[in-house]
Design a protein around this ligand. Structure first.
Ligand code: SF4
Length: 294
């Protein structure tokens, strides 16, 4: 029953996307690379097995045991330091097995992030930052982690770097209101804006993978060294990782400099503009504007 529901929902999403693409006159999505929609069983052995696998890194380091998350609404996560929930271990609500829409699945995931305590970053956060954007985006933008302003608001990229990112998107004919979903490799702020540690990115990775499965973007934009290295499993710097199209979990991925780095060093703008145009080519024709200075 669950398998038939999953197949039916996947087919429904594929037909809907086909129709949307036809309306856009842009029938370019590589169908053979689209992953099936994953509909987890609401509870039971399957959930337990997934939790055991994905939570191993932090659990083995002495972290809290995964417990079930709760459902809720999307948007900024409320303040809290609860130590519950895990992206893989938490039983999905019954609605997920009934073929619910992407927005509802994202809302459930956001609520799990809000109460997550699977890595040490939970202890220092004001608000977790699950992500923000449209449920069927053209691109998934991934940064490294929330900064101070994001931690206070519970939203990603809301400071000066976020406003600059919005201008980048506008320059290639996109907007976070209509075309983009933005998130980070870790959903809670590392203290002092340090790099997230491997055990933290490992604990948080299942959230990002579930977002990818729900959102099914056409391409991914990785912002900055930490995001690019984490997603690609690379140790090279962002200067070496940018300038080409990578693959991440079956999706084309373009890496570029973080907006805050470009605000500090405007000489990076030329490289960013090349990367954004490469991204734009992946998702289809858009009107191009000049990349602003800040
Ligand atoms: S960073 Fe991720 S894994 Fe760590 S507490 Fe926050 S949501 Fe949980």
């Amino acid at each position: 029953m669950e398998k038939r529901l999953s197949e039916a929902f996947t087919e429904y999403r594929r037909l809907l996307r086909d129709f949307q693409d036809l309306l856009r006159g842009d029938f370019r999505r590589p169908r053979e690379e689209e992953p099936p929609i994953r509909i987890d069983p609401p509870s039971g052995a399957g959930a337990a097995l997934r939790g055991g696998r994905a939570g191993a890194a932090w659990a083995s380091a002495g972290g809290p045991l995964p417990r079930s998350g709760a459902g809720g609404v999307s948007g900024p996560a409320a303040p809290g330091k609860a130590a519950e929930g895990h992206p893989e271990a938490a039983p999905r609500k019954a609605g997920a097995a009934e073929g619910r829409g992407a927005a509802a699945l994202l809302a459930d995931l956001a609520e799990e992030v809000r109460v997550c305590g699977l890595c040490p970053l939970a202890a220092g956060r004001n608000r977790a930052v699950p992500g923000d954007g449209v449920p069927e985006p053209l691109i998934l933008v991934i940064g490294e982690g929330p900064g101070g302003e994001e931690d206070l608001q519970g939203l990603p990229f809301v400071g000066p770097a976020g406003r600059y990112l919005d201008k980048w998107l506008e320059a290639v004919g996109m907007s976070r209101k209509t075309d983009v979903f933005i998130t980070n490799v870790v959903k809670c702020r590392p203290p002092g804006n340090r790099d997230p540690q491997p055990q933290e990115t490992a604990a948080c990775a299942p959230f990002l993978e579930r977002q990818r499965d729900i959102l099914r973007p056409r391409a991914v934009l990785a912002l900055g060294r930490v995001a690019a290295q984490t997603l690609l499993g690379e140790s090279r710097g962002i200067g070496a990782l940018r300038g080409t199209v990578h693959r991440w979990k079956g999706l084309p991925l373009v890496a570029t400099y973080h907006p805050s780095a470009v605000l500090r060093d405007p000489s990076l703008r030329r490289s960013v503009w090349e990367d954004l145009k490469r991204l734009q080519e992946l998702v289809g024709p858009r009107d191009l504007r000049a990349l602003p200075k800040n």
